[in-house]
Design a protein around this ligand. Structure first.
Ligand SMILES: Cc1cc2nc3c(=O)[nH]c(=O)nc-3n(C[C@H](O)[C@H](O)[C@H](O)COP(=O)(O)OP(=O)(O)OC[C@H]3O[C@@H](n4cnc5c(N)ncnc54)[C@H](O)[C@@H]3O)c2cc1C
Length: 336
């Protein structure tokens, strides 16, 4: 499609289509649903921008989940995500089409790539937003994001520069159901794909390990700093296994090497919505609870009866983590 340069900004909302795995793809679908709501308020449309090689099926998927339009840049050289190339192409498309709002998932790639795009466009970026609304008074995007280490929630607006850019964690918004009859336009803008040769991808392979995905687990057992030994973390793993679930962790536990970074929950980790969450030796800091507030039932174990985690727990057990875990495991092992 011949690119038409716009001279005035549009009221459209753009979403960056990150489709590399289930986790990235879900946040794109969630942003389409939110973007659609924002676009309707502004009187615009929601467009998903997809870069890659042979990505047509993703474009169809985005339409089925509510995109009015999908802009596809399809080229063999875009097979692998290269931050330099993606930044250059996306920046030039935004300059040409001038969307009002541009959203991306707060995934590792979104975190690396979106600030670069914002810098080149000389606009603001709110990261890790937990709410997005259009202010009916002035049609500006209200971007709510934790600040001062999560102590405060800041409401940010981008007054003068465009687009208004934000990243959002997976799980903050709900995706729309798949509608195979949905109608949307798919366009192929003309883009100069010249390769940026500064970085060459030599090899890529998926993370090793047979553990399941935290985001899909019906039961998650979380270890915090109160479970500060390998032996006790092993007890958490056994409990998770017996309950058909997965193990999550807070930042101090990850930092101590008791769990991998991929197990981190919270503001800078994953956000999950299991049916049952058992949180052991965690104080209940906001940066952590942001990641678990979607859980249906929460059981907290902490030796301090005043720990803030008990305020959000459906059931609280006050006592030593090691002793309670040993007791529960003993009972469960006998039942199975
Ligand atoms: C910008 C920023 C982002 C952050 N992002 C995240 C994030 O994404 N995820 C995250 O988790 N943290 C994050 N943090 C850190 C966060 O502020 C907290 O420090 C962290 O969540 C606390 O983890 P915790 O509850 O395991 O440890 P602590 O706060 O140290 O709590 C340990 C708890 O264990 C209890 N305890 C101790 N011993 C026992 C025992 N034997 N039996 C039972 N209970 C016991 C204690 O009573 C205490 O309540 C972030 C911080 C900043 C500044």
């Amino acid at each position: 499609m011949k690119r038409q340069k716009r001279h005035s900004p549009s009221k459209d909302v753009w979403v960056f289509g990150d489709y590399r795995n289930y986790f990235q793809n879900r946040v794109t679908l969630q942003l389409i649903a939110k973007g659609r709501e924002l676009a309707r308020t502004l009187g615009g449309k929601v467009t998903v921008l997809v870069l890659g090689a042979q990505v047509h099926q993703y474009a169809m998927e985005y339409v089925a989940h509510g995109a009015d339009m999908v802009m596809v840049v399809d080229h063999q050289d875009l097979m692998d995500f290269q931050v330099e190339t993606y930044t250059r192409i996306v920046t030039s498309l935004v300059e040409d089409y001038r969307p009002d709002i541009f959203l991306a998932g707060a995934t590792p790639f979104g975190r690396e790539f979106f600030p670069r795009v914002a810098k080149r466009l000389k606009t603001g970026l709110s990261t890790d937003c937990i709410a997005l609304e259009v202010d009916p008074e002035n049609q500006l995007l209200l971007q709510t994001t934790p600040s001062f280490g999560g102590e405060l929630l800041a409401e940010v607006i981008t007054q003068d520069h465009r687009p208004q850019m934000a990243t959002v964690h997976p799980g903050v918004f709900e995706e729309r159901p798949h509608d195979h009859q949905a109608i949307g336009r798919i366009s192929y803008p003309e883009v100069d794909i010249a390769r940026d040769n500064r970085v060459q991808l030599v090899r890529s392979r998926p993370e090793q390990g047979k553990k399941g995905r935290l985001e899909d687990a019906p039961v998650v057992v979380v270890g915090g700093w109160g479970v500060n030994s390998k032996e006790q973390f092993q007890m958490l793993s056994e409990l998770a296994e017996l309950l058909g679930g997965e193990v999550g962790a807070t930042r101090p536990a990850v930092r101590a090497g008791l769990a991998e970074e991929g197990r981190l929950l919270g503001q800078t980790g994953k956000k999950i919505k299991p049916k049952l969450l058992i949180t052991v030796g965690t104080s209940g800091a906001l940066q952590y609870t942001t990641g678990i507030q979607g859980a249906e039932t929460i059981i907290a174990i902490n030796r301090d009866a005043q720990a803030p985690i008990f305020k959000m727990a459906d059931l609280g057990l006050v006592g030593d983590a090691g002793s309670i875990l040993a007791l529960v495991l003993d009972k469960l092992r006998k039942r199975i």
